[in-house]
Design a protein around this ligand. Sequence first.
Ligand code: SF4
Ligand code: SF4
Length: 136
Amino acid sequence: MAKKKVVLNFPPQLIDQPITYRLVKDYDLVVNILRARITPQEWGRMVVELNGNGSRLDEAMNFLADLGVVVEPLAGEILWQEERCIHCTACISPCPTHALNLDRTTMTVAFDRERCIACELCLNVCPYRAIEVAFE
Ligand code: SF4
Ligand code: SF4
């Protein structure tokens, strides 16, 4: 058995296709969706863990590439180091899922890990290195 954590990037025309179903049915994979952001008319992004036979996993990767799904390895989990954060809000607008968000009552920034799709758009924005990747 092989295991792989990857990020699947779907072009808009594939958003409504049953791709994860095909991975399960045609390639005998166990698909664990860790995070997803799917918006009509836009690219979708899904962080998944795939488990299955090694050669079937390779075939599934080829299937995805042929369809036009861009597959990236997941570098690691995003970590937010609260003690380094000065709540400057620079990371709020680049974050597409509002995983980094501002509480307007307290004017403090918080990180919602469940919303993070590991797109890394916030990484180079933070001047205080409060956002890092935890490599696996
Ligand atoms: S990696 Fe950063 S920008 Fe991307 S979803 Fe996670 S917190 Fe937001
Ligand atoms: S950019 Fe860095 S310091 Fe500024 S709010 Fe975001 S995490 Fe905090």
